[in-house]
Design a protein around this ligand. Structure first.
Ligand code: FAD
Length: 410
């Protein structure tokens, strides 16, 4: 390695080394703390750190062009679209305190009443999840499933400390049908994950506590309702704190945008971290462009998959375990009720929509196009929704038998 040049700047040292392979390594100034990731976790951590340290002693590194991580909001053709989260529950005092400190309290808006309606997609379409007594008459669970759910107060609490998945916990307490239908859907909605593979204690600590402290979910909810009534607050459900679903007038991205602006001098964007080492005194963080930064302390606010991608040359590091955490692919689709749009359906109410998205995935490409006229001539397909009068949707159900028949026509 040949030392190419050493340049001293007034406010920071810049040392550039050139290897035989021409790769350039630039070591920038030493920091007290480096935070990896400028998503909400990294931004919140760095905002707190900047209260104790000067802004040039804290550095946040992020590989993206913009801070905020998953939280991004944008205006598209006049519509406000959230690319990730579209709200948070207003119950946690620390969240509200931070929002107040950032001067954003006046921009908070509560979700409208339609958002309180939750639906499950069953075979026959959307079914609203309603609280008892209406739930007793809903088709969401079979009679057997409802009876098993009603036995919850009589199920004894778990006595060992063995880790338990969310699904195992739910099936033990409310039965496997409710675990499959209600809990798996809820877990999918919150984590985009599989209830069989997620830990109850880590994902829903409050639910675990409801059993350990009160002996069960119903008993705990009754106790919490009593407490909440006495204190005039909201009890919340088993999944987490109560409170209203809340966002900002210009979307959730407003929070990360203002949090990043407040510590703009401490953020380095387009800084994709590739390697972290420890030289017995300092952490050395190296980015994809060859730039290295050193620090006394290091905070990782990266998602698990990103932790697994970085080369950590540290003892006792958790990166191997982090690399094994599975992440689900997610697609965010923003929809709107626009009276001016030609597809607007006045009969579809936001609180009780008639239209919904279905999961569609690529299966195979047909060798040729099969026309509607051709399908209409096939007696076997006379019950197929597509060939019936007035049915002209872009995505329509096909039975297995119809699918096999159409495949045979190709
Ligand atoms: C579609 C969707 C909807 C959601 N809805 C909600 C909701 O309604 N309410 C709610 O509370 N939560 C919701 N969540 C969860 C919430 O968005 C996340 O929990 C939260 O944003 C995570 O923030 P974070 O800072 O921990 O991570 P991230 O937002 O993932 O930030 C990590 C940052 O690290 C950076 N990075 C990654 N690798 C590297 C690297 N090698 N070097 C440098 N930088 C790197 C990334 O660019 C990113 O900016 C939702 C999540 C998704 C995806």
């Amino acid at each position: 390695m040949t030392l190419q040049y050493l340049q001293m700047q007034t406010e920071r040292f810049l040392l550039t080394l050139k290897t035989e392979s021409q790769a350039v390594i630039t070591i920038k100034a030493h920091k007290k703390v480096i935070v990896l990731g400028a998503g909400i976790s990294g931004l919140c951590t760095a905002n707190r750190l900047c209260e104790s340290y000067a802004s040039d002693e804290v550095l946040v590194l992020d590989g993206a062009e913009k801070a905020g991580g998953y939280i991004q909001s944008e205006r598209v053709d006049g519509y406000l679209c959230d690319r990730g989260p579209n709200g948070f529950l207003s119950k946690e005092p620390l969240t509200l305190e931070w929002i107040e400190e950032l001067g954003l309290s006046g921009e908070l808006v509560r979700a409208n009443e339609a958002s309180a309606h939750r639906f499950l997609l069953l075979e026959d379409g959307l079914v609203e999840i309603q609280p008892p007594p209406a739930f007793l008459f809903s088709p969401i669970l079979s009679v057997k499933g409802k009876l098993r759910l009603a036995l919850e107060p009589f199920i004894s609490r778990k006595t060992d400390d063995a880790p338990e998945s969310v699904w195992n916990f739910a099936s033990r307490r409310i039965g496997s049908e409710a675990a499959d239908t209600l809990v798996s859907a809820m877990v999918l909605g919150v984590f985009g994950g599989d209830a069989h593979g997620l830990s109850l204690a880590h994902c829903f600590p409050r639910m675990a506590e409801m059993e350990s402290k009160h002996g069960g979910l119903f008993k705990a909810m009754l106790a919490k309702k009593k407490e909440a009534k006495a204190s005039g607050t909201s009890a919340g459900g088993p999944m987490g704190p109560g409170g209203a679903l809340t966002t900002f007038k210009e979307g959730m991205g407003r929070l990360t945008c203002v949090a990043a602006e407040k510590i703009a001098d401490s953020i380095e964007l387009n800084a994709q971290v590739e390697r972290v080492t420890y030289d017995q005194e300092h952490f050395v963080v190296t980015c994809a462009d060859g730039t290295s930064y050193t620090a006394d302390s290091l905070v990782s606010a990266l998602p698990a998959y990103a932790v697994g991608d970085i080369a950590w040359e540290l003892e006792g590091s958790i990166h191997d375990a982090a690399g094994k955490v599975e992440c689900s692919p997610l697609v965010v689709v923003c929809t709107a009720f626009d009276k001016k749009d030609k597809h607007y359906d006045a009969k579809s109410d936001p609180g009780n929509p008639r239209w919904y998205l279905v999961d569609v995935k690529y299966v195979k490409k047909f060798k040729r196009t099969v026309s509607l006229a051709e399908l209409k001539q096939c007696e076997v397909l006379e019950d197929m929704q597509l060939v019936r009068k007035g049915n002209r949707l872009s995505v329509m159900p096909v039975t297995e038998q119809q699918w096999e028949f159409i495949n045979g026509m190709l």
